[in-house]
Design a binder for this molecule. Structure first.
Ligand code: 3H9
Length: 700
């Protein structure tokens, strides 16, 4: 086996063979890597001069797990479970030398080894649940045997990795090495193991920690009860719990077989297909056809934020969290003071919950400066405007910003709907202007719509994408149109929701259907949270729509304690008889005879027009690919990841079915249901939006 052509390398140091995984970018355990590992271990096993084997990874990490691209395809070569059995039964001790990350199958490989050693900065985890599956190569059987069922349950059902230090404390690691001397330290560790001449410990033989489950018979029930809300709708977490239960109740090999069965069932299921789609979609979103990894970016060392309201404050926090200094500007001292207080209060709350330290709060606040004039932003490399959603106001701000900002500065607007090109036109540097649309709460939501204006320079776009990643966002490029991708599609759902309550449904019916589908809340609960009076004014109210009447009666949402629902002190919502009466009155005034509306109709009326609008967005090139639309909806609006986003979901429903229903609704309700040409075309071809991705070229 020549070293150049194989995904592993092997060298011998004294009595220790060092086998290195060399399969960039993440050393995923593809069939070729598995075969190569089998061969290396066999080779080292037969070499009388070799006493122990060290497994390590080249590049940034030990191993990112099984090769996800192989799922759903015919299995090739040795299976991972089979390979791990060879590792575990090796008569020469095998030591995993971990740096960067050991994830999924990567951690399972380490668990099959006889010893595990890592650098202090390494992270270890079983993230399979996030892909809608259970660990399928013994992770659910070996982890509880070494860290105990309780910790294993938490790690496996959350998918969250733990730090090497935590892993060491819980016994998952035998030792930590110096940060930059991993392999030499682990070779020395292996030599010590050989010198001690002990038999190699196998995790499968350890049963002591499993006793915890027998001592606490309610362990699994309590765990399920405590996580009901978090696991709602997902299949994989329950699969994970059952596998850990099996580890505690069945002999090792039977537990392993149970895990395998569960893995195979889930990996073939619709949820895992959807969750894997989202995984790749998020990575795809970073790829822009006319940009490459070589596209130069501009340095961002200081960010300016205009507006210290809820959005501005939240936006500023993103950069402070990433260690980037921010200058925030407000027009009035009281508003500035309020904004600064809110930022500090948010940080204090996070510290109280133990997520950051008191010192972190001070460091972050220390990076924040403020001003009452835009001139304070003269030194910023990027300035984000987050003032009231009013075009004239934004135009005035940009015209002034152009005068005060340094010539190289990027100017961004956080508008949710307005025309970024018009705003850019107020400056002498439209190529340095773009939209950065954050989602509320801006310091929490992962989505960032990066709005590419007509003249936005590729370097500016590349800088924004890179910065998005730096502050932990999923950045998606969108084109200029009313509401961009997310809000443009949301408007379709809202229109239908408003129509449905006049035809016979009630807000709680619509919200329940949408929530049962898997979104965190329905359209009316969402309106109550945002405030019904956004974009409404008493002066212009005609008092005709349900919203007009509710606002006039000061039912403006959660903030006034009443909106579409009544709220108690704990913000628990109860349907309101007053609202129902208002709805009935408006129905009557519009001459509508109320009727029973089925849950199926609610779902179709709310979601199919969204899909149709998504198709229009694709047709117009306002999104690069259907999977970008899915990324927007999963990360910005809580679309259930196990349904993969609206466009992926539409493919699973069948575009023919959606088209047929759109036509039927058009016959009844008119042009709002006009199917897009793309939907018609794909349905006629019996195709799907996922196929459309590959036919690129149509996009902006
Ligand atoms: C598993 O292990 C099942 C087993 O229990 C049982 C089996 C029987 N496979 O994220 P990045 C690609 S399930 C294939 O930008 P980073 C990724 O698509 C697996 N490809 O890098 C991207 O490709 P491209 C459990 C993978 O440095 C490129 O690598 N493991 C895989 O920000 C770079 O990725 C996981 O769930 C993979 N496993 O983050 C871990 N991983 O350049 C999944 C990545 O073409 N991976 N790629 O766009 C991750 O969380 C991150 O990639 C990682 C690196 C943290 C490793």
């Amino acid at each position: 086996m020549s070293d150049q052509n194989t995904p592993t390398r092997m060298r011998v140091e004294g009595r220790v063979a060092v086998v290195t995984l060399t399969a960039p970018p993440v050393n995923a355990l593809s069939s070729t890597l598995r075969e190569s590992l089998r061969e290396r271990i066999g080779q080292a096993g037969q070499d009388a001069g070799i006493g122990a084997i060290v497994l390590t990874g080249a590049g940034r990490l030990f191993c990112g797990g099984a090769d996800i691209t192989e799922f759903g395809k015919a299995p090739q070569g040795i299976g991972l479970g089979e390979l791990l059995a060879i590792v575990e039964t090796s008569n020469k001790p095998i030591v995993a030398a971990i740096h960067g990350q050991a994830l999924g199958g990567g951690l399972e490989l380490a668990l099959a080894c006889h010893h595990r050693v890592a650098t202090p900065s390494a992270k270890l985890g079983l993230p399979e649940v996030k892909l809608g599956i259970v660990p399928g190569a013994g992770g659910t059987q070996r982890l509880p045997r070494i860290v105990g069922p309780e910790k294993a349950l938490e790690m496996i059902t959350s998918g969250q990795p733990v730090s090497a230090k935590a892993a060491h404390a819980m016994g998952l690691l035998d030792a930590l090495t110096a940060e930059d001397a991993l392999v030499s330290d682990v070779v020395a560790f292996a030599e010590d193991v050989l010198a001690a001449g002990r038999t190699s410990p196998r995790i499968r033989d350890r049963n002591d920690r499993l006793a915890e489950a027998r001592e606490n018979p309610n362990l699994f029930k309590d765990f399920r009860d405590a996580n009901t809300k978090k696991f709602r709708g997902f299949e994989a977490p329950e699969g994970c719990i059952r596998c850990v239960e099996a580890a505690c109740t069945l002999p090792f090999d039977e537990g392993l077989a149970f895990e395998r069965e569960t893995f195979l069932r889930l990996v073939a299921g619709a949820q895992s297909v959807a969750q894997r789609h989202v995984f790749f979609a998020e990575r795809e979103a970073a790829k822009i056809p006319d940009m490459s990894g070589d596209t130069p970016t501009l340095p961002i060392t200081r960010v300016g934020v205009v507006g210290a309201g809820t959005m501005g404050g939240g936006i500023a926090m993103n950069f402070l969290n990433a260690g980037i200094p921010v200058t925030i500007v407000e027009a009035k001292p009281e508003a500035l003071e309020r904004g600064l207080e809110t930022i500090r209060r948010n940080y204090d709350n996070t510290a109280r919950k133990g997520r950051i330290s008191a010192a972190d709060v001070e460091t972050r606040m220390g990076l924040l400066s403020d001003g009452l004039d835009l001139a304070a932003l003269a030194e910023c490399d990027l300035i984000i405007e987050a003032v009231f959603e009013d075009l004239d106001l934004k135009r005035a701000v940009f015209s002034r910003l152009d005068a005060v900002a340094k010539p190289s500065a990027i100017l961004a607007t956080n508008t949710s709907y307005l025309d970024v090109d018009v705003i850019a036109g107020m400056t002498g540097r439209p190529e340095h202007v773009l939209g950065l649309h954050f989602f509320s709460p801006a310091n929490v939501m992962r989505l960032l719509e990066v709005v590419r204006g007509e003249k936005t320079d590729t370097r500016v776009l590349a800088t924004a994408m890179q910065l998005g990643r730096r502050i932990g966002k999923v950045a998606v490029v969108v084109g200029v149109c009313h509401g961009f991708v997310g809000n443009r599609m949301l408007a379709e759902r809202q229109r239908e929701a408003n129509g449905l309550i006049l035809e016979g449904a009630l807000p709680q019916d619509v919200d329940r259907v949408i929530q049962e589908f898997g979104l965190p809340m329905g359209p009316f609960a969402m309106s109550d949270l945002a405030g019904l009076d956004i974009g409404w004014s008493a002066q212009t109210s005609k008092g005709e729509s349900v919203r007009d009447i509710l606002c006039e009666r000061d039912r403006r949402g959660q903030k006034t304690g009443r909106g579409f629902y009544d709220y108690d002190e704990t913000r628990k919502a109860t349907p309101s008889a007053e609202v129902e009466a208002v709805i009935r009155e408006v129905s009557q005034r519009q001459g509508l005879t109320r009727r029973a509306v089925s849950d199926q109709e609610i779902l179709e009326r709310c979601l199919y027009p969204m899909v149709n609008e998504g198709a229009k967005i694709l047709e117009e090139g306002k999104a690069l690919r259907a999977s970008d639309i899915d990324t927007v909806w999963v990360n910005g609006y809580g679309w259930p990841v196990y349904r993969g986003g609206p466009m992926h979901w539409a493919d699973t429903v069948g575009l023919g079915t959606i088209l047929e229903r759109m036509r039927a609704f058009r016959a009844e309700h008119g042009d709002a249901f006009n199917p897009s040409a793309l939907l018609e075309r794909l349905a006629a071809e019996d195709g799907g939006f996922s196929g459309y991705d590959r036919r690129a070229g149509q996009a902006a």
